[in-house]
Design a protein around this ligand. Structure first.
Ligand SMILES: Cc1cc2nc3c(=O)[nH]c(=O)nc-3n(C[C@H](O)[C@H](O)[C@H](O)COP(=O)(O)O)c2cc1C
Length: 178
C-alpha cells in the first residue's frame, strides 16, 4: 500500500484471527485497551529467516504505523490488516504479561528494551524473535516506537520457553488468588 494513502484506523483496533484449519487450542484474550478477542494456537513453528530483519513502528499507543516485508511475511497478515492495528495482534498466549510490562516500563523511561518474544501468526502458528524496541525522538519528544527483530539463538528460545511457562504459571496462580 502507498504510504501516502495510509489513513489511521480507529484506535485500539484488534483484528480477529480466523479459526485455523488444523488442530489448535482456543484462548480468550483481553488486550491492554480492554477489548476481548479469541486467539487460536497451533504447534506450527515458522523459523526466523536467515539474514533478515523484521521491523515495525508504532505510535505512542502501540498502534502499528509501519511494517517491512519480512514482518508481513512472518506474521501472515496483509499489510493493510496490520497498519492501524494494535501491536498485540501478535501477542501469543504463551507470553507472560510481565515481559510486556517491562517493555512499556522501559519505553516510558525513554530506555531501549531487548527481549525474546514468541509471536503469534494469523494462521495460529508462532515464530520466535530477539527484539530491540526503541523510542523515536523528534525535536526532543518521543513520537512513537520502533522494533527491530533478529533471529534468536536456539539455546535462548529453549531457555525462554521454559522461563515464560514458569512466569505464566505464577501469573495464573496470582490471578486465581485474587
Ligand atoms: C514498537 C513495538 C513493538 C512491539 N512488538 C511486539 C511484538 O512483536 N509482539 C508482541 O506480542 N507485542 C509487541 N509489542 C507489545 C504490544 O504493544 C503489547 O503490549 C503486547 O502484545 C501485549 O498485549 P497487551 O498490552 O494488549 O496486553 C510491541 C510494542 C511496541 C511499542
Amino acid at each position: 500500500m502507498d504510504a501516502s494513502l495510509y489513513q489511521p484506523k480507529p484506535k485500539m483496533f484488534q483484528p480477529q484471527m480466523p479459526v485455523p484449519t488444523v488442530s489448535h487450542t482456543t484462548h480468550q484474550m483481553t488486550n491492554y485497551y480492554g477489548q476481548s478477542y479469541i486467539a487460536y494456537c497451533t504447534e506450527e513453528e515458522t523459523m526466523f529467516p536467515d539474514g533478515r530483519l523484521i521491523t515495525s513502528r508504532t505510535d505512542l499507543d502501540g498502534i502499528i504505523t509501519h511494517v517491512n516485508d519480512a514482518f508481513v511475511m512472518m506474521s501472515g497478515w496483509e499489510r493493510d490488516e496490520l497498519l492501524g492495528a494494535a501491536h498485540s495482534i501478535l501477542r501469543h498466549p504463551d507470553m507472560p504479561a510481565i515481559a510486556f510490562k517491562g517493555l512499556w516500563g522501559d519505553l516510558a523511561e525513554g530506555k531501549k528494551w531487548h527481549g525474546y518474544v514468541k509471536n503469534l501468526r494469523k494462521d495460529g502458528g508462532f515464530y520466535w524473535v530477539y527484539a530491540t524496541v526503541i523510542p523515536n525522538i523528534r525535536h526532543g519528544k518521543v513520537v512513537g516506537y520502533t522494533s527491530v527483530r533478529r533471529k534468536p539463538p536456539r539455546s535462548q528460545v529453549e531457555a525462554c520457553t521454559k522461563l515464560y511457562a514458569e512466569l505464566l504459571e505464577q501469573e495464573r496462580q496470582a490471578k486465581a488468588q485474587g
